[in-house]
Design a protein around this ligand. Structure first.
Ligand code: GLN
Length: 451
């Protein structure tokens, strides 16, 4: 049924870069066979899922939205892919994304943009716009995204779906094509909080193949999603995330969600996090710096594309021609920014300074979580904007992640879930919930209450 739905609508939505019809049917049949044999099956066995094209899938194209990986067939599965397969999840295909997960609209994909199913002339968010659109268009009930600065939460917010960035280290990065290794985190996307929790439980947990993976029990996210009891919880409204620059309907729906939490028995207080105003500039030094190093591996020798190898050119010339043709403008911008920020003589002034700001932001969170159990804010300042509106204005595009980036810098857990439609345009508004490191269960408890 989901493959039929994809054939019906995806020519318009363009959520998928690759639909793996044969693989999906084979996986579904394998689950049926196991069921017939009387095998015990997990809660997600046979459930279809859309996988962001940033996770390697053995023998199935993995492009990261880039021409530089066109034609590459990974020889191995990412840990997330492997765990999904082991859980009997049916992977329908790979979803569209901004190239190398750099963007907030999916317009930076080398394979063309994705439409927002609420209004196809608007962006579905990014970088994981394909995964979010697949959910909103009912092409899949579950999806996987990655969140380096907001790429799970902001698409969830603008498509009226649920997206969770788990605690950094909570979900393995093995086989996740790296953008910014100290920030990248895979996580669940779904249409309900409980569905997201079930998917979270299936992919999370220690992985010896990822040295930053946390070796501790996964918080009871499913139990929390089933409870939704917020009585006595202390909830902090981040003072810095609101007011000027926030769309009126976003502020209105956010305020109503906070009021609802109060009515349900939570205690709501305002919390100031004074260094959050520096999160965006710090992120745009740290993320490009790490990207400039991570993307050095695309050298025309190891993967995918190779341009101009006519037998006469040097390896350097072929590398240069390949990177020129294979990377899009935003990726090149980040590589140049990052290389500059890391160059000797500038390192202390830019990268070093950004790392200090990162510490200050973590301390703001520590101080906040000494007073409250979770923090809340709008996920993003506006609803889905029209395709093309911010395409030539990187600064306007970067503002979409104003509220999401601090959690990546600090490594804690955060969720976006729908909290109504903005009255002025009828488009979905997202509520962001932020919890301390390894307290991911709190997101689900509060999320279930609001939902
Ligand atoms: N929009 C941010 C960026 O362009 C975050 C992207 C992400 O989380 N992958 O870097």
């Amino acid at each position: 049924a989901h493959l039929d739905r994809i054939s019906e609508v995806d020519a318009k939505v363009h959520a998928f870069l690759h639909v793996d019809t044969d693989g999906a049917l084979a996986a579904a049949k394998a689950v049926d066979d196991r069921r017939a044999k009387g095998d015990e099956l997990g809660p997600l066995a046979g459930v279809p899922l859309a996988l962001k094209d940033v996770f390697t899938t053995e023998g199935v194209p993995t492009t990261v939205g880039s021409k530089i990986l066109e034609g590459w067939l990974p020889p191995y599965d990412a840990t997330v892919t492997r765990r999904l397969k082991d859980a009997g999840v049916v992977i329908l295909g790979k979803t569209n994304m901004d190239e190398f997960a750099m963007g907030s609209s999916t317009e930076n994909s080398a394979y063309g943009p994705t439409g927002n199913p609420w209004d196809l002339t608007r962006i579905p968010g990014g970088s994981g716009g394909g995964s979010a659109a697949a959910l909103a268009a009912f092409e899949a009930p579950l999806a996987i995204g990655t969140d380096t600065g907001g790429s799970i939460r902001q698409p969830a917010a603008v498509t009226g779906t649920v997206g969770v960035k788990p605690t950094y280290g909570g979900v393995s990065r093995y086989g996740l094509v790296a953008f910014s290794s100290s920030l990248d985190q895979g996580g669940p996307c779904a249409r309900t909080v409980l569905d997201a929790a079930l998917l979270h439980a299936a992919i999370a947990g220690h992985d010896p193949k990822d040295s930053t993976s946390i070796d501790a029990p996964v918080p009871d996210v499913v139990g929390a999603a089933r409870s939704g009891d917020v009585r006595g919880m202390r909830i902090g409204v981040v003072k810095e995330f609101g007011g000027e620059g926030y769309q009126a309907g976003v502020t209105q729906r956010f305020t109503e969600a906070v009021e609802l939490l109060r009515e349900l028995g939570a205690e709501v207080v305002e919390i100031s996090c004074p260094h959050f105003q520096y999160a965006l500039p710090a992120y745009y030094l740290i993320a490009p710096s790490e990207a400039s190093s991570n993307l050095a591996r695309f050298d025309a020798m190891r993967y995918g594309l190779r341009v101009g190898d006519n037998g006469d050119r040097s390896a350097e010339e072929v590398m240069s021609l390949t990177r020129e043709a294979g990377f899009g403008p935003e990726v090149k911008r980040r590589i140049m920014l990052g290389t500059y920020a890391l160059s000797s003589g500038y390192y202390d002034a830019y990268y070093g300074q950004a790392q200090k700001v990162r510490t200050l932001i973590s301390r703001d969170f520590d101080a906040a979580f000494a007073q409250v159990d979770v923090l809340v804010s709008p996920t993003t300042p506006t609803t889905a904007f029209p395709i093309g509106e911010r395409a030539d204005d990187p600064m306007a595009m970067y503002l979409a992640d104003l509220c999401t980036i601090p959690s990546n810098l600090a490594g804690n857990a955060a969720m976006s879930l729908p909290c109504g439609l903005a009255p002025e345009d009828g488009l979905p508004v997202g509520l962001q919930i932020i919890a301390p490191t390894m307290a991911d269960d709190r997101l689900y408890k509060v999320g279930a209450a609001v939902e």
